[in-house]
Write a protein that binds this ligand. Structure first.
Ligand code: ADP
Length: 262
């Protein structure tokens, strides 16, 4: 709906201040509503694409008389792939909405090094089959008061992207270091890089530089927005930058004790 009630000044300073606060609040509500609406519309669009593929494939199986077995199997396997894609999208959407709700979860001091080791371990098969080397450089220490599952997802998404948007013979280097009070996680790759004009938008929901490549790699365009939401929820920051030698570097920084960020 529209938030059309605007409070106006009534003379006294106190009232004027209340009016200002009220107007700023309605402004924020409007922005939230607008962003929710866009989210729902983007999400529906993303879900519609695999659904219409499934429709097309089933229609052609049902409408083609005496389709040969090999073709039927091929179409059914395509349907299975689209269904998997729907699963991936919905899982990520659920994760994002949980982030939005900011439900209090069981946060504990999580050791980043352990989380990184686990993500590297889980992604080793994908790296091997892609011909990409994973190089761990985890000499830093540091804990973040968070849930392990969420931090794992951050590490996993960044490293997985480094592999997906890479070339055979390339590498992904994962670093953990301490910078003053801060704990810094680095994920650098020798991959295809991100064009400068796309850089500001890669953390947006559903944003993809190359839709075809992302799709082929099983992407949803949600990975980096999950990374950003999660990191910021734990008072951290994340940024991406091009590397001089080619590829991309992601830097995640969590403030340490007393480290504050506004
Ligand atoms: P996706 O599911 O498509 O990988 P992400 O939100 O994880 O979605 O990333 C958004 C887009 O940013 C990707 O589609 C890709 O175009 C680009 N991108 C992300 N990480 C990298 C990287 N390490 N190298 C090059 N491009 C990347």
């Amino acid at each position: 709906g529209e938030y059309s009630h605007r409070a106006t000044m009534r003379g006294s300073d106190e009232l004027a201040q209340l009016a200002t606060e009220f107007n700023s609040l309605t402004g924020r509500l409007q922005a939230t509503e607008e962003s929710r609406r866009r989210f729902v519309s983007d999400a529906s669009h993303e879900l519609k694409t695999p659904l219409s593929s499934i429709r097309l494939l089933t229609d052609s199986i049902l409408q083609t008389e005496s389709m040969d077995d090999a073709t039927v199997r091929e179409f059914v396997s395509d349907i299975g792939e689209e269904a998997e894609r729907l699963t991936r999208i919905t899982e990520k959407l659920l994760r994002l909405t949980r982030l939005d709700d900011k439900t209090e979860t069981e946060a504990a001091e999580v050791h980043l090094r352990e989380v990184l080791e686990k993500a590297i371990h889980m992604l080793t098969p994908l790296a091997a089959s892609s011909g990409v080397a994973l190089i761990g450089n985890l000499e830093g220490r540091g804990t973040v008061k968070a849930t392990e599952d969420e931090l794992y997802q951050v590490a996993f998404n960044l490293i997985e992207n480094g592999i997906k948007y890479n070339v055979p013979g390339g590498y992904v280097r994962i670093g953990l270091k301490n910078d003053g009070q801060d704990t810094v996680l680095l994920v650098e790759d020798s991959g295809i890089g991100i064009p400068e004009e796309d850089m500001p938008r890669i953390f947006e929901r559903f944003y993809r530089v190359d839709k075809a490549r992302s799709r082929m790699a099983g992407g949803t365009g949600l990975g980096l927005s999950i990374v950003k939401d999660t990191v910021e929820r734990y008072r951290g920051t994340v940024k991406a930058e091009p590397r001089e030698e080619g590829g991309t570097r992601f830097v995640v920084r969590f403030p340490g004790e007393g480290g504050s960020r506004t």
